[in-house]
Ligand binder design. Sequence first.
Ligand SMILES: *Cc1c(COP(=O)(O)O)cnc(C)c1O
Length: 428
Amino acid sequence: MGVSLRDTRSADLYRRALHYLPGGVNSPVRAMRAIGRDPIFVERAAGAELFDVDGNRYVDWVCSWGPLIHGHAHPRIIAAVVEAARRGTTFGAPTAAEVDLAQEVSRRMPGVAMLRMTSSGTEAAMSAIRLARAATGREPILKFAGAYHGHVDGLLAQAGSGLATASLPASPGVPEAAAAGTVIVPWNDPDALVAATEQTQFAALLAEPYAANMGLVPPACGFLELLRERASATGALLVLDEVITGFRLGPGGAQALTGVIPDLTIMGKVLGGGLPAAAYGGSRELMERVVPAGDVYQAGTLSGNPLAVAAGLETLAMLDEQAYLHLAALTDTLASGLREAAGDRPLQVIWAPGLLTVFFSPEPVVDLAGAQACDTEAYGAWCRALLARGVYAPPSQFEAWFPSLAHGPEHVAQSVDAAAAAFAEIDR
Ligand SMILES: *Cc1c(COP(=O)(O)O)cnc(C)c1O
């Protein structure tokens, strides 16, 4: 296949996509505008490798932004989904498998005695907030600058500068009233957290326990414990958004790893094993406020969908202690390799098991301000140079790499080599 022919296929698709889909995509980061290039159109993927419509092969460190902890098209997950599909794709009635999945999640997550499934993390976050407001009889929500909890109106609210600031809508179309109910605090800032919780009676303190939507920014020592303490002391619920960290950092997410047990947990991504499944859960007492056990309304036509449940069950069944040790070791190896490839360039390679970010910053990044101070131009150039070498790293400085159990030493080696070459290229 000649180069001009290759260009034609994705360029042509992109032209058509731009005609029918806003920005040519169904979710914004896919457009790759943050790194100044056109999107990849995917033909297929297997394991850790992804192929675009022009026949280019990539080592995929994005892995659909988190769900694919076993890589693409794992034979056992595909078989489970196909078998489920043969029996019917949706019933709108209970099944045995969803009870099995709920039980397995509850077994793993210390804070989840009972849960309700949804189809997206956004829905789960929205529903958890509703429940927290109902349970506390309060409305204000505290969230952290740079944390993402889906595109729920009130949670899109952005940080102002300074310490805790009552927020303005972050997108046209978000009612001022929805944004006004959210107070934003800088991540890893204990003084701001204490001040905000002294000033306002919150329904929920909402956090990604390992913030991963401004790039990976782990909690500072003691910060999650302080969050737990402030929630308990002020009558707010601690709501941990484990959509990324749940079933990735370890068998029981960040809560099992850190021992900081939330009142409500938001889950998604790995939970659905590559199909649309998410959930929110907590103590029996709290969750029995949800209809029809209680009075807090929430529903979903495809919630607990049999295909997603089958994928989720198979995904979790393959995630034993050994798998997590392997994923942690792999991430460590990748991080060391990238750090070495960076030489003495002013970069921060931050990792946690199954998560990694290369910040183009001379300073350690501990919050959104630090992430935003990164050299995003250089990141974009490096990322484009990686893509040109068959390595698909997240096309934005503010996203994490998602190593999977399908990545092997050869994928790490190829990526580290490409990273070194890409650094050399952007230096010029
Ligand atoms: C992806 C994500 C969400 C939203 O999940 P969707 O399924 O995309 O709606 C919520 N919280 C966190 C931490 C996420 O990373």
